[in-house]
Design a protein around this ligand. Structure first.
Ligand code: PMP
Length: 411
């Protein structure tokens, strides 16, 4: 059991009030809050050893390089990567996926190949593949969804087939909360010789993720969703694949030898990190990993299971509220999207905001999924390690009040 009250003390923002009410932050799928240790790591970097990495012989540069590379090691160990050479710093999960689409896919996807996605992809794992498909005359295929928002694997052997070049799938849906069977799908892809990318933006922050067990070729994540700073994320890729991939961006740091005519590439991981990297935020992401490890990812997942099932039961008991995604908590992360027919999600979100409750309203960067659900948008509550059942109670009271207000025929 997590000591939530103790954990909450580590997050300064949770002490603030909104419109005179205590902040209830339920927008963790968009971005998470930051503990003191992460904030302090950024200040410490700028106050004590700010300097460019991999370049200087001076003390500060050596210190910043050491901390920067130590953070890479921490991220590697966090997802059980066998080498830190497999971790490429990016700005976020979106950039990690674009890196693969602009390098590996340019070389490996050919006319007539198929790229398999799911019907619940975030735009980040959809729009880059639309461009690859257009450029290469390849075909995008989608694993359909069941009515309760799981992947419908009935025809999976027709979808992942000999024409499949890449299977690129979201691990945990940011809109539905669904946890997808990425291990099983990776095994299917392997059987037909296809490569696999896992969008782990919503899984790595919330549950143990082991790249040696899932065995993808690529995995994308964002620091800001796992208690780290914005502007830093990572691409995990198998080392032998990276060794044979063309660089993404070109310039300083990623080269070995440069002449007026030509250039050769640096070793991994620097080959994929042109220019001065986001040093401070990488160090901050390392501090976030330390914090999560100290709490324990299994305990965090268990807490989210408890709080999400508690919230789901309460939401189901409210009359006139539709909710999306699987009921079975073994197939669901800490995300609940809901709608009340006749009440626009933005109105609902604004009403809750006035009560100090931060939820997300909109399409959550999954417009095709919203279209499939037949709604323009949903309201989404998403939980993390610092949320409590009493916060859920306030959400439920607020929702009940809001629905009474908006559904009052006299208004
Ligand atoms: N994939 C999923 C499932 C997400 O939820 C998000 C963020 N909402 C992303 C990708 C993109 O993450 P970022 O904006 O940090 O690049």
């Amino acid at each position: 059991m997590l000591d939530i009250q103790k954990i909450r003390k580590d997050f300064p923002i949770l002490r603030r009030e909104v419109y005179g009410k205590p902040l209830i932050y339920l927008d963790n799928a968009a971005t998470s809050q930051k503990p003191d240790s992460v904030i302090r790591s950024l200040v410490d970097y700028y106050e004590n050893y700010n300097s460019n990495v991999h370049r200087g012989v001076h003390k500060l540069s050596m210190e910043s390089t050491e901390k920067f590379e130590e953070a890479r090691e921490k991220v590697a160990r966090f997802i059980n990567a066998s080498s830190s050479n497999s971790i490429i710093w990016t700005r976020n999960a979106t950039e990690a996926i674009n890196l693969v689409a602009n390098t590996w896919a340019q070389e490996h996807v050919n006319s007539g190949d198929e790229i398999v996605l799911t019907g619940m992809e975030h735009h980040s794992n959809l729009v880059p593949w639309q461009k690859v498909a257009r450029d290469k005359q390849a075909l995008l295929r989608y694993i359909p969804l069941t009515p309760d928002g799981r992947l419908d694997l009935t025809n999976i052997d027709d979808i992942i087939c000999s024409r499949t070049k890449l299977v690129s799938i979201v691990h945990v849906s940011n809109s539905l909360g669904t946890i997808n069977p990425v291990e099983e799908l990776t095994a299917k892809a392997r059987k037909v010789g296809a490569s696999v990318l896992v969008d782990a933006a919503q899984s790595v922050p919330h549950m143990p993720v082991d790249v040696q067990r899932i065995d993808p070729d690529f995995l994308a994540m964002s620091g800001h969703k796992m208690l780290g700073p914005t502007g830093i994320g990572a691409l995990y890729a198998k080392e032998d694949i990276l060794e044979n991939m063309e660089p993404f961006l070109r310039g300083g740091e990623m080269v070995l030898e440069v002449t007026y005519e030509d250039a050769s590439w640096n070793s991994l991981p620097m080959r994929f990190e042109a220019g001065t990297p986001n040093i401070a935020d990488a160090v901050g992401m390392g501090a976030a990993v330390d914090y999560l490890n100290a709490i324990g990812m299994k305990s965090i997942r268990q807490h989210e299971v408890d709080i999400t099932s508690y919230a789901l039961d309460a939401i189901k008991a409210i009359n006139g509220l539709d909710h999306y995604g699987p009921e079975d908590m073994s197939q669901r992360g800490g995300v609940i999207s809901f709608n009340s027919p006749g009440v626009h999600p933005h109105d609902l979100g604004t009403f809750l905001d006035r009560l100090g409750i931060a939820v997300r309203t909109g399409h959550h960067c999954t417009m095709p999924l919203m279209r499939m659900l037949g709604v323009p948008a949903t309201t989404r509550a998403s939980f993390y390690l610092y949320n409590t059942k009493s916060e859920v109670d306030v959400l439920i009271e607020g929702l009940t009040e809001a629905l009474g207000y908006f559904n009052d025929g006299s208004r």
